[in-house]
Ligand binder design. Structure first.
Ligand code: DGJ
Length: 733
């Protein structure tokens, strides 16, 4: 593996055991994209393509007049602006003279071991320098005094590369970055299908796959958060690619704010992928000598289908994105009081739930919304992080001690980025929220957003949080965020810098999370935004698990968790067993099915135990015991999707341990059918030459993966589920 530069060929070649990424510098200094795909030993062809026959509508750079070379048609690594490439570019900069033309040429490069941190931003990391190699390529537009430093990291043991860019103002005057994207990739063809995950609240990450057509496909968020409506992810798969085989190139943006991901198929049927911070509500004043670092993009190449892609994402995110004590530690089974009490609770009610939870083996109790200020509904008190003594007479400290006496850990819900108009904080600081002076501010869930781009605001909230965390033994925090940005203005910021607010907010949030996670390394943080509204790799850097959706209906969750698993491993994805009929959609589902869906990820409960029969409580205790005994496998094993609930009547998946000796398969039937075809399921991830005991039979891994396993007629009824355990055995004759 390694990054090589060939002087003779003027070619950069990044390659490991899985893929090659090749770029070339033309004689005139343009950095062109050559190849991204299956590993190649070398690449010898010269870039003769594409040259155009008639150039008047695709202009030539001045020094290449009438050469047939046009930036409009070549595959570029960092396309500029207004210099002949009419596709969308990576930059849009206003220079002091008011114009924007930008064209970048090669200046130099540097190869280093390991991977450097990106200042102030979350990013993938390595534990040792041997795990990766990095390349910096400096491009410049000398006339404009602009340098763009392209950063690449090649991971050794994964089919993963990361890309980002740093924009440096080497000129003498301030320039305005209207758009400064993180990466561009140009592919020489367009025979791809676009995989994306649009969604909505409680219907997050709905997998879609469509053919590409000429023109632009835009996936984005302008919400001030990565948002519920689109995950900052896209993949380009060959049409024949399935879960099990075929090529796919995937892109995931490590950022939690406004983003843009564009795929453009041009008139020559070439495909451009652009990823970066959205230009909406963004304009950065870059002073002379200053630089601007963009967030990074994780790129995964797989020629082993979508499951192959996910394996690389999962391993990378588990080991090179999640941090801290809980990166490698098993996560506790929790119970959260939200759907049991909503805002209507007192200590007695909570302790009843805690006692009942302790009896069935729950390890962590999470006190959700409603414990502070005058918070009896969602109209008040955000920003006043002081316990309500009517509800909790002995305060959080007293409650936590009582919870711990019952041998449970104690966790707390917070929504630190928000403020209610009806709060002490708002009365003291009526200008601390994002707003435009003299202009009405839209409300979302009756709340406003604190201006985290301002240091004094962050510090005041931090002071309130540390006052709790220094006093109360808290093992877990659920960090919620329940509305998106509007009227994004920051009091006191210069008019010309107002358009920096949305990004500065995210930088402020990251700074605060860095501080908190460093100061309280033993707290397990769970990321939440009304469910999965900000479940992105940026947040996963600070918080090793996320609440995937407010929708706890098992059948809806099949789809949400299926898509989530494209990128995030089960340990990062929280799922909870809840009551039936389901509170979000009203569906009634059998408890086994609900439990199996929830146990397919980072398992917990959000249910009213008081209303359960002895029989039901026994069952729940058994699920918990089973999960605890198998959680190493579920949380840290390899996860494979087997059947797609979006396209068929079944959803199924399996978990395989590292030694490939133990596996668990879960199969879910959505609707019952008469005279249905015989059900057979082909497994994945086993060792073909190992024999496994399953359902009283001894079968080879090869048979289970190639022929499959007959399931018979056991799945009868709507919304039913099945769990199979598979263990390696010595072959009996
Ligand atoms: C939204 C979260 O997703 C819920 O689980 C719950 O914590 C509520 N917020 C509380 O307001």
């Amino acid at each position: 593996m390694g990054i090589e530069f060939s002087e003779a060929k003027k070619q950069f070649h990044l390659k490991n055991d899985y893929f090659s990424y090749i770029m070339e510098i033309t004689e005139e200094g343009y950095l062109l994209q050559v190849y991204y795909g299956e590993r190649l030993e070398s690449f010898e062809q010269r870039l003769v393509y594409p040259r155009i026959d008639r150039s008047s509508f695709s202009p030539n750079p001045y020094e290449l007049s009438n050469s047939g070379f046009s930036l409009d048609t070549v595959l570029q690594e960092c396309p500029g602006y207004d210099t002949g490439d009419y596709r969308e570019g990576m930059v849009d900069i206003t220079y002091p003279d008011g114009t924007k033309a930008t064209s970048l040429k090669y200046k130099g490069y540097q190869i280093t071991k390991g991977k450097k941190k990106l200042t102030g931003l979350p990013a993938t990391y390595t534990d040792t320098e041997e795990e990766a190699e990095s390349l910096e390529i400096v491009l410049a537009d000398e006339k404009r005094g602009l340098e763009v430093i392209l950063l690449y990291t090649l991971f050794k043991n994964h089919s993963v590369m990361t890309k980002s860019a740093r924009y440096v103002n080497c000129g003498t005057a301030t320039i305005s970055l209207n758009k400064a994207l993180s990466m561009c990739l140009d592919l020489p063809d367009s025979d791809y299908e676009l995989i994306q995950m649009p969604g909505a609240w409680a219907r997050e990450k709905q997998l879609r796959r469509d053919s590409l057509v000429q023109g632009q496909h835009v996936l984005n968020s302008k919400r001030g958060a990565s948002g519920v409506t689109q995950q900052p992810f896209l993949a380009l798969a060959s049409p024949e690619t399935t879960e099990r085989s075929g090529e796919v190139r995937a892109f995931h943006f490590v950022y939690s704010g406004n983003f843009t991901m564009k795929v453009e198929v041009d008139t020559y049927e070439q495909t451009r992928v652009l990823v970066g911070i959205n230009e909406f509500n963004f304009c950065w004043q870059l002073e002379s000598g200053a630089d601007f670092q963009t967030p990074e993009v994780v790129m995964v190449y797989s020629n082993e289908g979508l499951n192959g892609m996910s394996q690389h994402f999962h391993h990378l995110y588990r080991k090179h994105l999640a941090r801290g004590r809980y990166r490698d530690e098993e996560r506790p089974v929790l119970i959260n009081n939200w759907e049991t009490t909503y805002f209507d609770f007192d200590e007695e009610k909570l302790l009843k739930l805690v006692t009942d939870a302790g009896k069935i083996g729950i390890e962590l109790f999470v006190l959700d919304d409603g414990w502070f200020g005058q918070r009896h509904s969602d109209t008040t008190s955000l920003g006043d992080w002081i316990e309500n003594k009517e509800k909790l007479p002995d305060g959080l400290l007293g409650l936590s001690e009582k919870v711990q006496k019952q041998q449970l850990k104690f966790g707390l819900w917070l929504e630190p980025e928000m403020i209610s108009e009806e709060s002490e904080l708002f009365r003291a600081h009526p200008d601390w929220h994002l707003h435009v002076e003299g202009y009405p501010t839209s409300l979302g869930r009756n709340q406003l957003i604190l201006d985290f781009s301002r240091k004094e605001v962050r510090e005041a909230i931090m002071k309130q949080l540390t006052a709790i965390l220094d006093k109360v033994p808290i093992d877990y925090i659920k960090w919620d965020m329940n509305r998106n940005m509007t009227e994004v203005g920051s009091q006191g910021r210069l008019p010309k810098q107002q358009q920096e607010t949305a990004h500065r907010y995210i930088l402020g949030l990251y700074e605060m999370l860095e501080e908190l996670t460093t100061r309280y390394p033993d707290i397990l943080f769970e990321n939440c935004s009304g469910g999965g509204g900000r479940f992105d790799p940026g947040m996963c850097y600070y918080m090793p698990q996320s609440w995937a959706s407010d929708n706890t209906d098992a059948i809806e969750r099949l789809k949400i968790q299926y898509s989530t698993s494209m990128i995030f491993p089960p340990v990062m994805t929280c799922a909870q067993l809840s009551d039936s009929p389901n509170h979000q959609i009203g569906r009634s589902t059998d408890m086994d099915t609900r439990a199996l869906v929830a146990m397919s990820a980072n398992f917990g409960l959000m249910m009213n135990l008081e209303k359960k029969t002895e029989e039901e409580l026994k069952k729940i205790a058994m699920y918990i015991q089973w999960y605890q005994a198998n959680r190493q496998l579920i949380q840290f094993g390899s996860f494979y999707r087997l059947e797609n609930p979006y396209t068929g009547n079944y959803g199924s998946w399996m978990f395989v341990d590292e030694e490939r000796k133990h596996a668990v398969v879960m199969v879910f039937q959505i609707l019952s059918q008469a005279s249905k075809p015989l059900k057979k399921i082909r497994l994945l991830g086993l060792d073909p030459s190992t024999f496994y005991e399953v359902e009283g039979m001894v079968l080879s891994g090869a048979e289970l993966m190639n022929f499959g396993l007959y399931l018979g007629q056991r799945l009868t009824g709507d919304f039913t589920a099945l769990k199979l355990e598979i263990r390696a055995v010595e072959k009996r004759e």
